[in-house]
Design a protein around this ligand. Structure first.
Ligand SMILES: NC(=O)c1ccc[n+]([C@@H]2O[C@H](COP(=O)([O-])OP(=O)(O)OC[C@H]3O[C@@H](n4cnc5c(N)ncnc54)[C@H](O)[C@@H]3O)[C@@H](O)[C@H]2O)c1
Length: 253
């Protein structure tokens, strides 16, 4: 299958955080593969830009303002996909935020709650709203964007590490609860991806971070988006509950 194959022709996909680096790449790859895409984001301009890029390239997409930390928004997002495109085949729960690096004992309640509400509640609210639509559709796939930090710790990242481990666990739980009803769930685990945050690193920090990846560099959003589109394809029928690293070998050391 080449990257230009329309292996998602006729499918309807939604992507949360679709205005950001990784989410935009996922949305564009879904559209390129033939899916109609609902782009969800808190940032209206960023989401609209993703839709513009998709439609300029001949694809079909719409934007829905969404705060994934709101159960109501999660339901409205699915309702939008159903009302405009008539069904839901693919849901990618990608929106997530990282805290400023803080040792665990210095994390205040507000920071802890904020990261959990977006990274963990957001994925739960999302899947709770998405699963009935996937069941009505006769099946479908959920791809949750976790992280390498869904498998290992990282200095100062306690709430992020906790939420990403939990997302990997929730993904397995969907497989256990819904595999026999045709719903698949996969968690992907990117290592450090160039989405802008690396601009704040000084050259020494950047070089240290790059060296932690056996490939010797950070990843590009494109290297995540293309893989997420592939694992969303309807012929990946026997892959369920899996955690797939997209990490340049980071977890293999
Ligand atoms: N960049 C990396 O190195 C990296 C590595 C591993 C995993 N991830 C994960 O990939 C996902 C995307 O990260 P990214 O680097 O593209 O981030 P990003 O900051 O570039 O984009 C995130 C997008 O999510 C949106 N967003 C933030 N809070 C939201 C909310 N409450 N509701 C809806 N949308 C919201 C933002 O507006 C933004 O458009 C996250 O889950 C992140 O944890 C990123």
């Amino acid at each position: 299958m080449t990257s230009t194959a329309r292996f998602l022709e006729g499918q309807v996909a939604l992507v949360t955080g679709g205005g950001g680096g990784i989410g935009r790449s996922i949305a564009c790859h879904y559209a390129k593969a033939g899916a109609r895409v609902v782009v969800a984001d808190l940032d209206d301009d960023a989401g609209a830009e993703t839709v513009r890029q998709i439609t300029d390239a001949g694809g079909t997409a719409l934007f829905q303002h969404t705060d994934v930390a709101s159960a109501e928004d999660a339901r409205a997002l699915v309702a939008k996909a159903l009302s405009v495109y008539g069904k839901l085949d693919i849901a990618c729960n990608n929106a997530g935020v990282a805290p400023p690096a803080t040792p665990l004992a210095e994390i205040d309640d507000a920071l802890w709650r904020r990261i959990l509400s977006i990274n963990l509640d957001g994925v739960f609210y999302g899947m709770r709203a998405q699963i009935p639509a996937l069941l009505d559709n006769g099946g479908g796939v959920i791809v949750n964007v976790a992280s390498i930090l869904g498998q290992v710790g990282f200095p100062g990242m306690a709430p992020y590490v906790a939420t990403k481990h939990a997302v990997v666990g929730l993904t397995k739980q969907v497989a256990v609860d819904y595999a026999d009803k045709g719903v698949r769930a996969i968690a992907v685990g990117p290592a450090f991806i160039k989405t802008g945050m690396e601009n704040n690193l000084d050259p020494e920090e950047r070089s240290a971070l790059e060296t932690e990846h056996p490939v010797g560099r950070m990843g590009e959003p494109e290297e995540v988006g293309s893989v997420v589109a592939m694992v969303s394809a309807p012929n990946w029928t026997f892959v369920n509950g899996a955690y797939l690293p997209i990490d340049g070998g980071y977890l293999s050391r």
